[in-house]
Design a protein around this ligand. Structure first.
Ligand code: GTQ
Length: 373
């Protein structure tokens, strides 16, 4: 007999109904009319606090790189649409998520290859891992890409990727909100009618126009919901972190962390996905905190480890790891002589827009301490 009282709790105010033969036959009756008694599932569907189905995972680049490169010989970009090996969290296989409602994959392209242009409701980003000659075209803006560059392909924009003929095999991390968009049943997808789009602006015009941290182009009107700066290069990002590090002790929980922003608004880069780069000083060990939101990190520089819900996960350059929602996490730079940098993208813009964000620290006495933001 199926149990209906598996989620009973003793606390007053919570559902606490034991099965009886009469109730069980009542539940059977309800089923016939596509209904059920709330108290059989209430404690499950309204947990006391976020209960992530995702588990912490480190995807090690040394394990993955060879397998990713092998896909070059097995499928063409034309056959595959996108030649990508995606990160499949064991708790989220049903929705193809790397963590929470976020998707991520490693895309690989050979010199001279190009993938067809498309657009979709999902927002996307790339973080370049290795190779020379990669480029992305977004609504006629072509961007050339090098290691640790971060590029946006926002929701609704036509985009395509390729590697120039004189380049080398390129691998980058894709990050998208596909699982979220599917959960909301809001996804559309279109292939570009001509498969390739024309480059209609000077190459890298977005960084020239919007790439100054302190200056805004005169008359620079921008009304789209995403950043007009489509590419965030590594060199100015790292320089900004180093300069900031000279002026701050950083956050006890995040070290020296800077958010990539939409320069037109100061807000996140896309409506559903935000991103940051954080610098951990030599030997730095951040304090544990937890946040409502899902996080995917890529190690842009250095090596160390993170402690996620009390368990240690070692990482080095190019490894990717996730922190599920409401999981305590702390990061440790394993080097005493050099800094470490963690790129991260997350769904905090969604949590903030819906007023769902919360953050809590693990106090020294083992208690919890809300952080008001
Ligand atoms: O290039 O837009 O890894 O649509 C998965 C789905 C990349 C992309 C992925 C996509 C893309």
């Amino acid at each position: 007999m199926t149990r209906h009282d598996a989620y009973r709790e003793e606390t007053i105010g919570r559902a606490n109904v034991g099965d009886t033969p009469e109730l069980v036959s009542y539940y059977k009756e309800l089923e016939r009319f596509e209904t059920a008694a709330l108290w059989t599932v209430a404690n499950k569907i309204e947990p006391w606090q976020p209960k992530s189905e995702s588990v912490p995972v480190v995807w090690r680049y040394k394990d993955l790189r060879g397998h990713v490169l092998r896909s070059i010989d097995l499928v063409t970009p034309e056959q595959a649409g996108r030649r990508v090996i995606y990160l499949n969290n064991p708790g989220r296989r049903d929705v193809a998520a790397a963590v929470g409602w976020l998707y991520s994959g490693l895309q690989v392209m050979n010199p001279g290859e190009a993938a067809s242009a498309h657009r979709h409701s999902a927002s996307a980003l790339r973080f370049i891992m290795e190779g020379r000659g990669a480029y992305t075209v977004v609504d006629g803006h072509k961007m050339t890409l090098g290691a640790n560059d971060f590029v946006l392909t926002p929701n609704g924009t036509w985009h395509e990727h390729g590697v120039s003929a004189d380049g080398s095999p390129c691998i980058w991390q894709d990050g998208l909100d596909i699982p979220l968009i599917n959960a909301l049943e809001a996804g559309f997808y279109q292939v570009h009618p001509e498969l390739q789009q024309a480059v209609t602006y000077p190459v890298n015009d977005s960084t020239r126009q919007w790439g100054s941290a302190a200056l805004r182009p005169g008359g620079g009107a921008w009304s789209r919901p995403y950043s007009p700066l489509l590419k965030y290069e590594w060199a100015p990002t790292y320089e900004a972190l180093q300069r900031y590090a000279q002026a701050t002790d950083g956050s006890p929980y995040d070290g020296v962390l800077m958010d990539y922003i939409n320069p037109a608004t100061g807000g996140p880069v896309m409506p559903t996905i935000g991103a940051s780069m954080q610098l951990l000083r030599p030997g730095e060990h951040t304090k544990a905190h937890r946040q409502v939101g899902s996080f995917l990190y890529q190690v842009a520089k250095g090596s160390g480890h993170s402690v996620i819900n009390g368990k240690r996960y070692d990482w080095s350059e190019r490894d990717i790891f996730c922190v599920p929602s409401w999981a305590f996490h702390e990061h440790v730079n394993g080097s005493a002589g050099d800094d470490a940098c963690l790129f991260c993208f997350h769904d905090l813009p969604v949590m903030h827009a819906l007023e769902l964000y919360r953050e809590e620290a693990l106090a020294d006495n083992g208690g919890y301490q809300p952080i008001i933001v």
